[in-house]
Design a protein around this ligand. Structure first.
Ligand SMILES: Cc1cc2nc3c(=O)[nH]c(=O)nc-3n(C[C@H](O)[C@H](O)[C@H](O)COP(=O)(O)OP(=O)(O)OC[C@H]3O[C@@H](n4cnc5c(N)ncnc54)[C@H](O)[C@@H]3O)c2cc1C
Length: 338
């Protein structure tokens, strides 16, 4: 492979995880410590890089016609058309995208280009994420990329569609771009990434600890399990956010709770009004944070080898949760960090 090809592949690789500073470690013997988490992230990053390099080598050996090209690929950004934007909570929105093909790839950035919808399957598994790219400086080829997790079901995916729930941050770089998106705009995506593989009935209990938009990979996983009649796994979702107005997938969690094998507990860290006044029928809402006693309570009485723990939240949330479940005796192979 020549140097130019090598450079173009290197440009596709995800950013290397940031190594923690010595000062990030409190020196209090945490298990896992920030360096253990960094090590796990590094292994996952290396796996993704190897996969991309391998796919790219295979791809360069074949000359695809436009219609043979995959609609979504890990190595190359593909255009998707924004179908709709729906407000979900005060600061989150659901964006729905449709796979399209351009008449000629060279014209991708031209304004008068024609795109046609392609209703063919996208191979996105539950819990996987995609990377969105935005060209912040066309002259300099400066791109901004961010990861988002499809929340839509397999039915949409079979029709070349996916939905993402995005929280918009006031000063967020990508948030500013996303805020200005309009229906029919073309947005570039690549993926899917993530090594979570779910095999029905391989565990008795799936225990989900998530915070904020960390619920994005968890909702489709829970839905996938409870909608499968032959999957007898119990799913317990513990979701943390600040207040009632920040609860994500509230209606959807209530729908899932109609199934015999799903339950959810919502933890609100900043609530003033009495919980009963805003809690809905059947909702289990608690004040405060998810601490070790909460985790203990939900693992008590379960055979730990038959429990799979899924964790997704902020860095500090993830670190705390991993710490708690490990202290209780859950083994590494029974923990998946998103
Ligand atoms: C694998 C993966 C999957 C993801 N899936 C989703 C998803 O489905 N939906 C979604 O909304 N986001 C998701 N994210 C986060 C997303 O990629 C961006 O980080 C987020 O949208 C902010 O980007 P930005 O450019 O707008 O903000 P930035 O310019 O990167 O940050 C602006 C400010 O916002 C704060 N901030 C940024 N991100 C967070 C955060 N996650 N939590 C708390 N504060 C934050 C920072 O303190 C920063 O000062 C995912 C991230 C990863 C790694």
């Amino acid at each position: 492979m020549n140097e130019e090809n090598q450079q173009s592949i290197d440009a596709l690789l995800p950013p290397c995880p940031e190594e923690p500073q010595e000062s990030d470690c409190y020196g209090s013997g945490c298990s896992p410590c920030v360096f253990d988490i960094y090590h796990l992230q590094l292994i996952e990053w290396q796996k993704q890089c190897n996969e991309i390099r391998c796919n790219e080598r295979c791809r360069s050996e074949t000359t695809d016609t436009e219609s043979d090209k995959p609609l979504l690929s890990q190595i190359k950004f593909s255009p998707f058309q924004l179908l709709s934007v729906q407000q979900h909570t005060h600061d989150t929105f659901i964006y729905s995208f449709q796979a399209v093909r351009a008449s000629s790839e060279q014209d991708l950035r031209s304004h008068d280009i024609k795109y046609t919808h392609v209703k063919e399957p996208l191979d996105i598994k539950v819990g996987q994420h995609l990377i969105m790219r935005y060209n912040i400086d066309e002259n300099q080829n400066g791109f901004l990329t961010r990861a988002y997790t499809p929340i839509s079901d397999l039915k949409s995916s079979r029709m070349g569609q996916f939905e993402v729930l995005i929280k918009l941050y006031e000063h967020g770089k990508m948030s500013k771009y996303i805020q200005n998106l309009k229906e029919n705009d073309i947005v570039e995506w690549r993926g899917p990434f993530g090594n979570f593989k779910y095999v029905p009935n391989s565990y008795r209990h799936l225990l989900i600890f998530c915070a904020g938009t960390g619920i994005a990979p968890m909702y489709p996983i829970a839905k996938f399990i409870v909608e499968n009649d032959s999957d007898e796994t119990f799913v317990q979702m513990l979701f943390a956010c600040k207040s009632f107005e920040d609860i994500l997938f509230r209606d959807e969690m209530q729908q899932l709770a109609l199934y015999w094998n799903f339950s959810a507990v919502i933890f609100l860290s900043r609530v003033e009004s009495p919980l009963q006044s805003q809690a809905r029928y059947g909702e289990i809402i608690r004040k405060g944070k998810m601490d070790k006693s909460v985790i203990h309570e939900h693992l008590a009485g379960k055979t730990l080898q038959r429990v799979l723990v899924l964790i997704c939240g902020t860095k500090s949330f993830n670190k705390d949760m991993i710490n708690y479940v490990k202290q209780i005796g859950v083994q590494d192979e029974n923990i998946h960090l998103f």
